[in-house]
Every structure is written in C-alpha cells, then in structure tokens.
Design a protein around this ligand. Sequence first.
Ligand code: GDP
Length: 429
Amino acid sequence: MTNYLKTSMKKPIIVVGMQWGDEGKGKIVDYLAKKSDYVVRFNGGDNAGHTVVLNGHSYKFHNLPSGVIQNKKVFIAQGAVINPHILLSEIELINKAGFDVDLSIDYRTHIVMPYHKLLDAATEAWKGKKATGSLKLGIGYCYEDKNNRTGIRVEDLIKPNILKEKVRTFFPLKKKIIERVYGQKVTLGPDSIIKQYIQYGKKLAPYASDVSEIIAANLGKKNMIFEGAHGTFLDPAFGSYPYTVAPYCIAAAAFTGIGIGPISVGVMGVVKAYTTRVGNGQFPTEQNNTSGQTMQRVGKEIGTTSGRTRRCGWLDLPMLRTAMRLNNCSTLALTKLDVLSSFREIPIATAYIKGKNKFAYFPPQINELSGKKPKYVILRGWQQDISKLRHFKDLPKYCKEYIKFMETQLAIPIKLISVGADRNSIITH
Ligand code: GDP
C-alpha cells in the first residue's frame, strides 16, 4: 500500500485560479510542467479553455491537460468530465503538431452525452433573462447525472453492451424531460447516440486506466502538477453562486478529483493583474468605461471556449484574500501584467466599504455584495512596455511597486510573473 507520509520529498503542486477563471492557468501549468513528470487535470469539462502560446502558435485545450505540449505524461482524473468528440479532436491536433499524447483517463470519469447539451440549452432558455450564461455544452447536466447515479463513465463507454443498455435506459427519461417539461422537440434517437459513442469508446479505450491508483503509487517519486480548471469564484459552494460551475474549483478538490488522501502539497494561485469575468453576476471592481475597454483590447479578453467578451475591472484584494484562505496558497503566479502597461494610474481595491463599515474579504452571502463599494488605493503606472523583459531587476520601478504592494497586502510571495502570452514571457522572482 502507498505510504502517503513519504511524499514530503516531492510535493505535488496544485495550480488553481484565484478569480473568475481565465487567469492564464494554462500558460503557468505549461511552464511548471517543464520540470515535472506528470500533469493531472482534476476537474471541469470542455467548458474550460486553456491557452498555451508556443513560438507564436496558440494551442487551445479544453479537455487535455496543459502539460501535453511539454511532452509530459498527462492524466484526466475522475473529477473532470469528458466530451469524447472534443478530446479526440484535441489528441489529433496535438499529434499533427508533432507531439506525442501520453494520456491516461480514469475509468471513473463521466462522459458528456448529447442529451446533456440539449438539457443545458433548454434550461438556459427557460431561465430567460436570469440565464447563468452557460455555454450549453452540457457539463452541469453531466455532473448532475454523476451525482444522481445516472451517468455514463469511461468504463461504460468502452464496453459496447453496457453502453447500449445505459443509453436505452436513460435516454427516454431525458427525452421526456426536454419535451414535456421544457417543451422542446428532441429529434435525436438512442441508436445514433449508441453508434457514435461506441466509436468514441473504441478510440478512447487505450487511454483508460486507474488514474487514482497510478498517482497514489507515484506520490513522492514523481514531480506532479495538479491542474485545476475555472477559478475559485466559480466554485459551486464558495464562489459567487449561482453564477458558478458544477465541479468544485478550490485546491482541495484535487484530492477528491484525483482520488488521493489529503497529503502535503504546494498550492500556486494564479492571479491576473486585473480582474475579468465572463457572463452575468456581481463584479465589484468592474470598469464599464475606457479603462475596462483598454484591458479588454490589450488583454484580448475574449473567451477561449465561449468567444464572449470578458467584463474587465481593477484588481480586487478582498477577493484574493478570500481565495488565499480557501486554497491555502503557498505562492502566487501573476499573469498579464503587461496588459496594464499603458495606464498612468492603476487603482487596486483594498477593501469594500458600506456606510461606515469596511470589509477585507469577499462575503459568504453573495447578496451582501450589493451596496458595497470598493475602496481603492491608486498606484502609479509604469507606462513602459515590459513584454520583452525577462529579469525582475529590469522591471520599471512602479511595476515592481505594484508587485510589492500585492505581496505585502496578501502576505505571500509572487514567484512567477507573466508579461506576455508566449511561453517564454515569464519572469521568476
Ligand atoms: P486559463 O483558462 O486560466 O488557462 O486562461 P485562458 O487561456 O482562458 O486565458 C488566458 C489568455 O491570456 C490566453 O489567451 C493566454 O494566451 C493569455 N495570456 C496568458 N498569460 C499572459 C500574459 O502574461 N500576458 C498576455 N498579454 N497574455 C497572456
């Protein structure tokens, strides 16, 4: 049996987003993967999108772990869900680009089915103006089936007879719900689903294995990165509910997502130098003005998966303090610092204010955000291109002050500073 206590020699690093996703985790995982043996994706489906830019070419992953273009062994743990069509196209794309895909997928991982997408779209239509902003990829419904014990797992997908039986059992119920509850016509039939998914099963069978066991057996022996999707405030419990995602997104989700005990790990929180958010929901530091537009334009704030423009605003320290606590971060990686280079002044929210009261943290009751205004400290901008710099000492004085201010306020070291989209645009600190 694996002795988890022996793991202190090579601690895995959990990489988590500290805001509302899109912090640039893909790039940071890719950077860390260089010195690692394994990269394990532990949550989320193909609604997550990670981008790694290598020699000017942009690789976008939805289901594959970001370590794949470092030619590392990559894993999809059971906490993630798979859209077989997307995953197979990503594998093909990566192979064509000249990389091997050394991938293992846990037998227990759930599969996104076509009726999940239909249910997703039907629910968003029903919610009308109060729609969550779901991408209608069916991820939430796949997790719902997992929890309701009506899901289809990799172990079923690769066994045609079991797959057939399960689709024939579950499909009629889903069809009834979509047609009779939501009033939408379903043209899809079980036979075409079965035919298509048997093919997917054949292609994915070689990757199926017991990821939980492999990872447990190699703790302390291999260097591992546990890659989280989404961001802390999209977590269904601790995020800004109900504008959240289905799987848990905080660092602790790595343990249940992979299926290992709570061992000692390092946690690297990934923070964008400003704040962005896709879709609806409260956003205290949002800048619905030219500052926000500048961040959007310079930072190319358009979703990897959604194609939607992201809302932009200043850095929010109450959010980050809460994310630090929830994830027990040991270090931070700061991304997209280059995007702020043109600003003469850069405000940072240090607290929220309501009447005479000051709040240092993001509230547990989301409704309590209403009426709270950010209290800003205005820092001087550096107004100089930093994207070509590779050493901390070369950064402009006010840029260093921005970093220092964050480190002091959050009482944590910022170890990696990203100053451009390309893989090499990273400064270690
Ligand atoms: P993730 O989901 O957290 O991996 O983030 P995304 O990949 O969705 O979004 C991050 C976007 O920012 C991608 O297009 C990256 O190529 C880009 N990016 C990452 N780091 C930097 C950076 O330091 N500067 C700039 N300008 N772009 C970056």
